[in-house]
Design a protein around this ligand. Structure first.
Ligand SMILES: Nc1nc2c(c(=O)[nH]1)N[C@H]1C(S)=C(S)[C@@H](COP(=O)(O)O)O[C@H]1N2
Ligand SMILES: [Mo]
Length: 330
């Protein structure tokens, strides 16, 4: 234990009961430090109170969430700096360069905003965004995000499990899939006239995937409302899938009996599958998916990090795919 002391790790008094989440977090930190992955920044991060929220960015309106145990081991990974999370984006409606969304998305109008729940549900309803925001207690979830392009970030989201919404609208027995339709507005989105993708940007999940507690509806990050470029006012976050499954600026959630045709499958089905679970052993036809570069930490010449099965969430989500051939259902 001496190496922990040397790095300023703060031990709780023995009279204190160690909360489960902080105990598990500490174990994860030990593992990382043991493998030499941790620098002093990570050690400092690991030494803070596991229940404390990530400090606000100080840029937009505050939106606090109680730290969730569902962050799992990610609680101990250092969040990517706010400046990187908000300036290196994929949001093709605002341009295809990484810097375009930050430059262009100021035109997005996030109020008034509604999200329509339609299809195979007993209680279809169009929610005003401010009602949707208050539907369930907000939590802070620190998740890895792995883009199919080979980079990753660690993002402290604020939101609640999609399951909270889904159980309130009561899917019928016919509901097998959930389709997420995002905004298409030529007046504010300069690139929806382009043919890079079919608009609106549509994504989808199997119902059991959407019901998994890790599946998040996010309204904020770094203790504040979402910046427009990150998908304001509400987006999906599926941490075990490639980033493109997490649609930004959602306007409609539709429950269906058939697998919805999604934008990326329509544009190149040999390259992007409906499931798109992070899988280091299934390469993209044009590049390997075995490794990744962490934005904000790893330079172009740094040794790449190993990509983990289901982006590290295999213990939580592996069961969803038991018995499936993941090479066939990529
Ligand atoms: N509507 C919409 N949602 C989208 C995209 C997009 O182009 N349009 N890009 C996706 C991709 S490829 C990734 S990696 C993530 C990036 O989210 P971030 O910019 O918040 O990190 O958003 C996803 N959601
Ligand atoms: Mo992506």
């Amino acid at each position: 234990m001496h190496f922990l002391k040397n790095r300023g790790f703060v031990h709780a008094h023995s009279s204190e009961i160690t909360p489960r989440a902080s105990y598990e977090g500490r174990r994860d930190a030990l593992k990382l430090i043991g493998t030499g992955v941790a620098g002093s920044a990570l050690a400092a991060w690991a030494a803070r109170d596991a229940h404390a929220q990530v400090a606000r960015a100080g840029k937009l309106a505050p939106l606090a969430g109680a730290r969730s145990a569902l962050s799992g081991g990610m609680t101990m990974e250092k969040p990517t700096p706010y400046a990187d999370i908000t300036s290196y984006n994929n949001f093709y409606e605002f341009g295809t360069d990484k810097a375009d969304p930050e430059k262009n998305a100021h035109t997005l109008k996030t109020r008034p905003w509604t999200v329509a729940i339609e299809g195979e549900v007993k209680k279809p309803k169009t929610y005003d965004i401010d009602e949707l925001l208050k539907l369930a207690p907000l939590e802070e979830r620190i998740y890895r995000l792995r883009c199919v392009e080979g980079w990753s970030m660690v993002i402290p989201w604020v939101g609640y499990s999609m399951a909270e919404l889904i159980k309130r609208v009561e899917p019928t027995g016919n509901a097998k899939y959930v389709e997420f339709v995002t905004l298409v507005d030529p007046k504010t989105m300069p690139f929806v006239g382009s043919r890079v993708l079919e608009w609106p940007y549509v994504e989808g999940l199997r119902l059991d995937e959407a019901m998994h507690p890790l599946a998040l509806l996010a309204f904020g990050l770094y203790g504040e409302v979402l910046p427009n470029q990150n998908g304001a006012p509400v987006r999906a976050v599926l941490p075990w899938k490639y980033g493109f499954k997490s649609g930004k600026s959602i306007v409609k959630i539709r429950f269906t009996d058939k697998q919805p045709p999604t934008s990326w499958v329509k544009s190149a089905s040999q390259e992007y599958g409906f499931f798109s679970n992070v899988n280091p052993s299934v390469d993209h036809p044009r590049w390997s998916q075995a490794t990744e570069r962490r934005i904000g930490e790893d330079g172009l010449f740094s040794k790449k990090r190993a990509t983990l099965m289901f982006n590290g969430y295999e213990p939580q989500v592996g069961q969803l795919y038991a018995g499936m051939d993941l090479k066939k259902f990529y």
